[in-house]
Write a protein that binds this ligand. Structure first.
Ligand SMILES: [Fe+2]
Length: 395
């Protein structure tokens, strides 16, 4: 692992100021006490029947579920399958492995990505029911509120776009072309902005790739092959073009989209400070996973899923009180989760399906035009244009 001190040298900070900042950032990081284990291909098997029908689960889209919706809580290595008694079909829901990310990689992942989850208002159903009492919506005049999306008044007119609650969630890595914006395939705006962090964090993403390869070799082989068709848009030597980084994002019930359907979802978390809850649940089967720092969950992202609430016990509060603040969010943006003294960063690594249609020539031309250098990152300061703002929203 290379030295990470350079990540803290923003704004002309010298080595000793950077070392102090690093100490603060690493304080309270929840590295497991036991050394990391090598990932095992097999584990205890669970076969679960659905407890909700298709209609019942679909009706809950965009709503929050709670710990009461968990009948089976998984906290140790497990392979979980669904079984449909009518069709007799057995399908993998998720494979869970505890403490399998080497601890120095957790630290690298944290230092590289803790800062990269920016506010987004386009996370759809996952962003949850429109929270009219949040600072975000109090500042605007919402109209046509429907579940998890709303329009709002802007200069006396109704906004064109529907938007969702503001949450901390960024796509890093590559994104397919966006014709209505006139943008070709590219590194997302936040990847450009945090380029040195992104590059430093690649070995962490490669570690998650290793877990994927061991646990789901068939799906891995298919996804790696598809990803290798366009190595220019691949993160390191992985089967991923992209990763979503979320911070304290309690997702409401949703399905993922935009990914390579014949592949598989890959989830991991890193935490600073203490909290309880935040389980990843698949309510149709009443199963929840207690995914904590260093754990890995291979999951079917096309099965309905969400998170339970994250909360602090008295002991958690006492611990978190001692932590220095490392985020300087503007509370007036009303981004959900920013008020919490602890941090849960989650990573979802995947291959964006449409990347396979990308043109390297168009991408290189675009990088040249915006003065983005693949070695150095942004050469000219990233301009805040209207176009840019919308492109960040879209990604
Ligand atoms: Fe998801």
């Amino acid at each position: 692992m290379g030295d990470t001190l350079h990540l803290y040298m923003e704004g002309g900070a010298d080595a000793s100021a950077a070392a102090l900042k690093r100490e603060k950032v690493l304080e309270g990081l929840q590295i497991p006490e036991e050394p990391a284990k090598s990932i095992q291909h097999t584990a205890k098997e669970y076969i679960l029947e659905p407890i909700l029908t298709d209609e019942e689960i679909r009706a809950k889209e965009g709503t929050y579920l709670t710990e009461k919706d968990i009948k089976t809580l998984i906290e140790e290595d497990a392979d979980v399958y669904s079984y449909n008694p009518e069709t007799k079909e057995k399908r993998l829901i998720a494979k869970f492995r505890k403490n399998v990310i080497p601890h120095e990689m957790i630290q690298l992942g944290w230092e590289s990505f803790y800062i990269t989850a920016a506010a987004s208002r386009n996370r759809g159903a996952a962003a949850g029911p429109i929270q009219l009492d949040s600072a975000y919506w109090k500042k605007r005049k919402p109209t046509m509120v429907q579940g998890w999306s709303a329009k709002y008044y802007q200069d006396g007119k109704v906004s064109k776009m529907r938007v969702n609650n503001n949450v901390f969630s960024s796509t890093l890595g590559y994104f397919e072309q966006t014709p209505f914006m006139g943008l070709p395939c590219r590194l997302t705006a936040y990847t450009q902005k945090y380029y040195k962090y992104f590059k430093a964090g690649i070995p962490f993403v490669e570690e998650l790739n290793h877990c994927f390869k061991v646990l789901n070799p068939e799906e891995y082989k298919r996804q790696k092959k598809a990803c290798d068709e366009k190595p220019f848009y691949r993160i390191g030597n992985t089967a991923f073009s992209s990763l979503t980084v979320n911070r304290n994002f309690r997702t409401a019930l949703h399905l993922d989209d935009g990914d390579f359907r014949k592949g598989y979802g890959n989830l991991s978390v890193i935490e600073r400070g203490k909290y309880h809850g935040g389980y990843t649940i698949f309510p149709r089967y009443g199963v929840g996973f207690n995914l904590r720092t260093g754990d890995y969950l291979a999951m079917d992202v096309h099965e309905w899923h969400c998170n339970t609430e994250m909360y602090e016990t008295k002991e958690d509060k006492a611990f978190n009180k001692k932590l220095d603040k490392i985020y300087h969010d503007d509370p007036s943006t009303g981004t959900l989760g920013g008020e919490k003294p602890f941090t849960r960063i989650s990573f979802v690594c995947y291959l964006r399906d449409k990347i396979r249609g990308c043109s390297e020539t168009a991408t290189r031309k675009y990088y040249k035009a915006i003065q983005f250098d693949l070695d150095k990152g942004p050469v000219a300061p990233v301009k805040k244009t209207r176009k840019k703002k919308h492109s960040e929203d879209q990604e």
